[in-house]
Write a protein that binds this ligand. Structure first.
Ligand code: MN
Length: 233
């Protein structure tokens, strides 16, 4: 079955600690299980290059699956030559990737091109995407609206005091039986609401990196080694 991993945000050392706890290497997985990254592999943390290399290897080896996070999507748009504002740590990620040369840059671009924004797993009993989706968007065609919700959540355009989008809590109204696993919204402890699981426990903000073992619905976490980016909780 699946081991869902929350936002890694370039926290490479913590990712390895979690993989060890779950019984994975870059080429070996526990029998019958796959790792599923819920997106935001990069930015804010210390090691984007090694994190991307490791995840790309795991995907290539059939060990891991990935869905797109808003940070990954923004990097992808940059690598495609589109105009973006490199904020929230992306500037450092771009610098580190460019320093590796064009071969690595192209590998990352190709890798990101192949990542979907949502995945139905276990015969549709569970769906994962970076920011979560309300039920009417689970099977709907991938319109701009669906894609935007999958990447950014249900934002209303307003910003908080740190300049980050204010999110509406759609999970409160969720009545579906399908389990939704997502990241994107940093929480101190995994947040479970009506079959919706937020497993972004803010490792880059010095908290922890969390996995959800499915279908056991067991939480496995490892602590952050340091505070890479300050945050008001
Ligand atoms: Mn994130």
């Amino acid at each position: 079955m699946y081991d869902f991993v929350g936002d890694v945000h370039s926290c490479y050392a913590e990712l390895w600690h979690l993989l060890e706890k779950l019984g994975y290497t870059d080429s070996v997985r526990p029998e019958g299980r796959h790792l599923v990254f819920v997106g935001d592999l990069i930015d804010r943390g210390p090691n984007p290059v090694d994190t991307l290399s490791l995840v790309m290897t795991m995907v290539q080896n059939g060990v891991a699956l990935v869905v797109m996070g808003n940070h990954d999507d923004k990097l992808h748009r940059y690598l495609q030559g589109r105009k973006i504002q490199p904020k929230h740590g992306l500037q450092e990620t771009i610098k580190a990737i460019e320093a590796q040369g064009t071969g690595f840059r192209d590998n990352v671009k190709n890798f990101l091109s192949g990542i979907p924004v949502r995945r139905l797993l276990d015969d549709g009993k569970v769906i994962t995407c970076h920011a979560g989706l309300p039920e009417h968007m689970h099977l709907a065609p991938e319109t701009g609206k669906v894609r935007s919700h999958a990447l950014y959540g249900d934002t209303d355009g307003t910003l908080d005091e740190e300049g980050l989008p204010v999110r509406k809590d759609w999970a409160k109204d969720y009545t579906g039986s399908r389990i939704v696993v997502h990241g994107h919204v940093p929480v101190r402890e995994p947040d479970i609401c009506n079959n919706v699981w937020d497993i972004d426990t803010g490792v880059c903000f010095g908290n922890k990196l969390t996995a959800l073992r499915y279908p056991e619905m067991e939480i496995v976490s490892v602590p952050a080694l340091k505070v890479y980016k300050e945050r008001k909780w």
